[in-house]
Design a protein around this ligand. Sequence first.
Ligand code: 5RP
Length: 222
Amino acid sequence: MTQDELKRAVAAAAIDEIKPLLGNDTVIGVGTGSTANHFIDLLGALRHDFKGAVASSQATAERLKAQGIDVFELNHVGSVPVYVDGADEINPRLEMIKGGGAALTREKIVAACAERFVCIADASKRVEVLGGFPLPIEVIPMARSYVARELVKRGITPVYREGVVTDNGNQILDCYDFLIEDPQRTEADLNNIVGVVTNGLFAARGADVLLLGTERGVERIT
Ligand code: 5RP
């Protein structure tokens, strides 16, 4: 199977996973990226079975609307029973690196509100130790150089993702050359640098369920 076929397979598995949670009042959280896009495309067939969705990016909001799914502001939604999203890397504790698509801050906010986080990923995303994928950090533009210097002090090599402006009007630094042995501590430490909006470690709030697309089929890991 191609990587794209594996992504579609886990998106289909996520539809089965969330179906029991859907009802007239249900608003679900929807992530960003190519795997989440497969999920959105399949979700369209269920649009009459639930109230709508909260989107983790402008791109996701547009794709949901194209499927006829109502999109709600998070501030107008009381509860989010489930959030479905992809990942750039995920470890055995279901801690993740996210933000390859620059949507990390809104993804983290929706994930924080959700009762359950269902991660959908093809097998290439599964790692023992996070850090092979460069960790994205969203920064306030005027703080970019300062944050970069603070990262260098920590032995990290930051690279400015040129030409990218997040949905929040901010910039992204991608962090190379470090393996993340203690994701929760690193997540908190990096978030403490003044000017950081958030970083792409999802460790304090990891996934509850991983649907992993492999050649043997979709594995459900909790
Ligand atoms: C976007 C993300 C995505 O979930 C992550 O980049 C995975 O993307 P894809 O499903 O395209 O592999 O965090 O900010």
